[in-house]
Ligand binder design. Structure first.
Ligand code: ATP
Length: 333
């Protein structure tokens, strides 16, 4: 039987609470996992001066996939490099895929099903900044190569769905950087003639995601725009506690909830583990274990529909563990 080697990086705050729950669910399957733990983030930086050490990176690279919780990026510390950005760049995880889909949550409309495909290695997250006390500059890097490969991911995903791609830009202002991104994406579109493609400005998109989310199938965009739109869109389907993501490269793949370390609720045992469990589901889809992926998703929907074991973010008063226990009880393998 296949053995899946998976690095677990719970990280900080609620990352430490939700990743063990996702692992608990994965262990209910008949699949073989070889889990190993890795530590990255601010505590590691305090000891070593790096948020991700080279040794840890080498260990992580021995795995087929990574299940990541969240790390806190401290504000105002010079030279601190975000651990997750370091991983995304070092492992060349160039495609950030964030599905925004309606689950059976009370009060949530049931017709939302879009995917945000975000370039994950450059843009305004280039971490190239300089300046003095009077003026500072952040470099927005857009390259043809990176735009081409993220566009291919988006068009390939659209090909399996409703065949519609919206390229989100601000080409009326960011003429050169957004212009190169848009033109490169449109060039790739020529290889996918039956996919309906249009361009929409980021501000218009931010509005339309709220007033007509059903319009969107696949949103293809740059790093910061994708980050902001995915938090916004998460609000439509129940918030950050329910939104998973995948970071995919040619060699490695990392799965993580969209949420951060949530210092306001960390340690209370009430974080919603659904986004972490769904990130594990995305990992199973990546491993082509569709049967298990579908069954876990189905169990989550049963628990949401019954609404007996919900965490406070979904209007319940249950704990992280209660929710996972209910999902495990609803599994039908
Ligand atoms: P970071 O700096 O690590 O990104 P943050 O506080 O900026 O952390 P999030 O951690 O994403 O951002 O939290 C934003 C809000 O969403 C917080 O109020 C948090 O409690 C809530 N939240 C995030 N994840 C969850 C979750 N899994 N369950 C319940 N609430 C959550």
């Amino acid at each position: 039987m296949v053995m899946y080697k998976v690095a677990l990086i719970p990280g900080d705050g609620i990352g430490k609470e939700v990743i063990p729950e996702a692992v608990r669910v994965l262990k209910q399957t008949n699949l073989n996992f070889d889990f190993s733990f890795a530590e990255i983030g601010y505590d590691v930086w305090k000891k070593t001066g790096q948020s991700v050490t080279e040794d840890t990176l080498e260990e992580i690279k021995k795995n087929q996939a990574i299940l990541f919780g969240a790390t806190t990026t401290p504000n105002g510390i010079k030279n601190y490099k975000s651990a997750i950005l370091t991983l995304r760049k070092s492992l060349d995880l160039y495609a950030n895929i964030r599905p925004i889909k309606s689950y059976q949550i009370k009060g949530i409309r049931n017709d939302i099903d879009l995917i945000i495909v975000r370039e994950n290695t450059e843009g305004l997250y280039s971490e190239i900044e300089f300046g003095d006390n009077n003026s500072v500059y952040t470099i927005r890097v857009i390259t043809k190569t990176a735009s081409e490969r993220i566009a291919k991911v988006a068009f390939n995903i659209a090909n399996t769905r409703r065949k519609k791609v919206t390229i989100v830009t601000k080409t009326n202002i960011l003429r050169k950087s957004c212009g190169l991104f848009r033109d490169t994406c449109l060039n790739i579109q020529k290889e996918y003639p039956d996919i309906e493609t249009n361009e929409m400005y980021i501000d218009t998109t931010a509005l339309n995601i709220i007033i007509k989310p059903e319009y969107f199938d696949v949103i293809l965009t740059t790093n910061l725009f994708g980050d902001i739109l995915s938090d916004e869109a998460a609000g439509l389907i129940g918030g950050l506690g329910v939104t998973p993501s995948a970071n995919i490269g040619e060699k490695y793949a990392l799965f993580e909830p969209v949420h951060g370390s949530a210092p306001d609720i960390a340690g209370k045992g009430i974080a919603n583990p659904m986004a972490a469990i769904l990130s594990a589901v995305m990992m199973l889809q990546y491993f082509q274990e569709k049967k298990y992926a579908d069954k876990i998703e189905n169990a989550i929907n049963i628990v949401l529909k019954e609404a007996k074991y919900l965490t406070p973010d979904l209007g319940g008063n249950n704990t992280t563990k209660d929710f996972t226990d209910a999902v495990i009880s609803s599994l039908d393998f």
